[in-house]
Design a binder for this molecule. Structure first.
Ligand code: ADP
Ligand code: DP6
Ligand code: CO
Length: 330
């Protein structure tokens, strides 16, 4: 009863920001992302009758507290679905900074969902897996798929119609993403807490929700047509709208550092020089820059030269979950 799975993170171009149900993790809006091959999690799960509780080791460190509880809660759902009362040992490796706005919860819970359901003997298709994964971390339901994926918020209260669907396969379009690392520190306000505070208190939240359907319809047109400027402009504006809602929250907060703004300005300066590049930012200070393969050298060297940038990691469009036969790699 052991299985190992690998999942990549994804970067949302239309952000998920707000829950209508915190227990089932049902979002207030559809979101759309691209899966990244450069950042991933590998997780191995073993269920064993001998175990008296779940254990969770992340990057060789035994985890307790809230991070442990999120994993144990997710395993409860898996046990419930399988109808089995059996504990698990979870070992995970993040090839992505944890809780720093690089979507470790997306690759982390997608890998956990894939490995744990396989280990316990459940045979789920990718839609069923995405629906379950959503309950670990919302953004994770999109990482089941490669390429571009959309998380359909669904209409029902029980969450059965809330899961991600593939939009285009990874081969559709070779766009690139540079992750500009400014800080790998754990963020002070988790995505979960940040979006809750925004929903509860920000007067800008409704405006955010109202603006989603148009952004979504237009970005999908752009993706199908491989219209890079269109996709980049919509993604950049959508990210700024999401971050604007946090300034209206009570107490107000922002994920940005001063260097975050410097990177944003540099990306705009690249555009003024005729290089199409656009930024997006998740719940953290670090910036992801979208660009085309022919501009890789110029974009990379410009970003590396910004004071305060500690690293620039380049990524292509990634694939969905995979199952690994060789469990020794974890
Ligand atoms: P991020 O920007 O990294 O997604 P979040 O605040 O959304 O930040 O989520 C970070 C949390 O996700 C961690 O504190 C931990 O609870 C969970 N997480 C991260 N990596 C893993 C993993 N490999 N396995 C299980 N849970 C993980
Ligand atoms: C800004 O999926 O990390 O990255 O569902 O509470 O686990 P939980 O939150 P999470 O939120 C991601 C927020 C975001 C935007 C996005 O990825 O769509
Ligand atoms: Co997250």
């Amino acid at each position: 009863m052991k299985a190992t799975a690998k999942a990549h993170t994804n970067i949302a171009l239309i952000k998920y920001w707000g829950k209508r149900d915190e227990t089932l993790i049902l979002p207030t809006n559809n979101s759309l992302s691209v899966t990244l091959d450069g950042f991933y999690t590998t997780t191995s799960v073993e269920f064993n009758e001998q175990f008296t509780k779940d254990t969770f080791v992340l990057d060789d460190v035994s985890i307790a507290g809230e991070q442990y509880q999120r994993v144990a809660n997710f395993l409860n759902l898996v046990r419930q679905l399988a109808g089995k009362e059996i504990y698990a040992e979870v070992k995970s490796t993040n090839a992505v900074p944890t809780a720093a706005g690089f979507a470790s919860s997306a690759s982390g819970f997608a890998a956990l969902a894939a490995a744990s359901t396989k280990a316990i003997g459940l045979k789920l298709d990718n839609t069923e897996l995405s629906r379950l994964t959503r309950q670990g971390s919302g953004s994770a339901c999109r990482s089941i798929f490669g390429g571009f994926a959309e998380w359909k918020k669904g209409e029902k209260d029980d969450g059965t119609d809330s899961f991600a669907v593939p939009i285009t396969p990874k081969e559709h379009w070779d766009i690139r993403v540079a992750a500009v690392v400014l800080s790998s520190k754990m963020k002070k306000v988790s995505s979960r807490e940040g979006m809750k505070r925004t929903v509860d208190t920000s007067p800008f939240f409704q405006g955010w929700v109202d603006s989603i359907p148009t952004d979504l319809a237009e970005i999908k047109e752009g993706i199908f047509a491989k219209d890079f400027e269109k996709v980049g402009q919509i993604a950049e504006a959508n990210c700024l709208k999401m971050h604007a809602t946090t300034l209206g929250a009570q107490p107000p907060f922002t994920y940005w550092l001063d260097t975050t703004v410097t990177v944003m300005q540099t990306v705009r300066a690249l555009r003024e020089q005729g290089i199409p590049a656009y930024f997006t930012i998740d719940a953290g200070p670090n910036v992801k820059v979208l660009y085309l393969p022919e501009n890789e050298e110029e974009v990379q060297s410009t970003l590396r030269n910004i004071p305060g940038v500690t690293d620039v990691k380049l990524s292509r469009v990634g694939q969905g979950i995979t199952y690994l036969e060789d469990e020794s790699i974890v």
